[in-house]
Design a protein around this ligand. Sequence first.
Ligand code: DAH
Length: 346
Amino acid sequence: MEEAIQKMQAEALAAIDAAQDEDALERIRVTYMGKKSRLVALTKGIKDLDDAQKRVVGPIVQKAKQAIVQALTRKREELETARDAQAEWIDVTAPGTKVRRGHLHPLTLVQRDIENIFTTMGFAIVDGPEVETEFYNFDAVNVPKEHPARDMQDTFWIQTANNNARQVLRTHTTSVQVRYMQQHTPPFRIIIPGRVFRQEATDSTHEHTFHQFEALVVGDDVSVANFLDIAQSFFSAFFKKDIKVRLRPSYFPFVEPGFEFDINCTKCGGPENAKGCSACKGNGWLEIGGAGMVHQNVFVAAGYKRNRYQGFAWGFGLERLAMMKYKIDDIRHFHSGDVRVGAQFR
Ligand code: DAH
């Protein structure tokens, strides 16, 4: 009997020692100490022994019980500590959770790009008000009242008490030209990026609120050749490829002569490979904006002497350029407020 007990105790202790988790330990406890365990069976048998045997076997069983209970307690504590440690464990090599960061709007990206290119070419960046007087938006740039050219741009008029100082939401960045020239004497070269407004229905290429980009270079002997060279340098730097600029005669009241200018298609490269090109509809050129030699009436409005200076100016839509660069197919995305649009162009 003694031997049987000791063997059972040794087995129990070995099993407890080897237990991997708390469930396994509980099964071991049931096996060795539970109601149907051998230990209980042995304990029950004690009462049938004679007194002398009882005195020998009793303490052995008692000791075995104690040893097993102690071992169980110790092991349980050990496993619990291990479990807690596991719960607290931090894997310092695990990849972190990404913090969502804000991003710049594609128009801001394009504007910064443009500003960087022009500042390296010696241009200053100039600003002007979005709510503008009728004078700077129209009269000063040679668009007199009653002149049919006023109808070229559908204007948002601001209600003002004084009808002699009528105000508009500026229809173009050309409005800043005379403001700047009144304060500065040539030579100078400036760019004027800014928001402009037109009262018109929106579609995939028209918005009532959009951005333009004006350039103005004035000096003693500024020519169309200078315009072509600066435009070509700018567009080549902007699209990071060799770009050619083409002029077509056109009319804008603030310039004479006036042009519309195109660049060779940034997708197919130009007329030679344009067949079937979706970007330029097969003709090899993309319309960009208007340009020309500053009309002497504009210089006079700024307070310069007629025929004292020469200059060129150009203006075009920033959205259109951003659409070309980032392959955006609808101008309305820019002001949609949908952050998914901008998030693609970090
Ligand atoms: N202001 C014109 C527009 O909004 C664009 C423009 C054309 C600007 C010719 C110029 C220019 O400076 O020379 O459509």
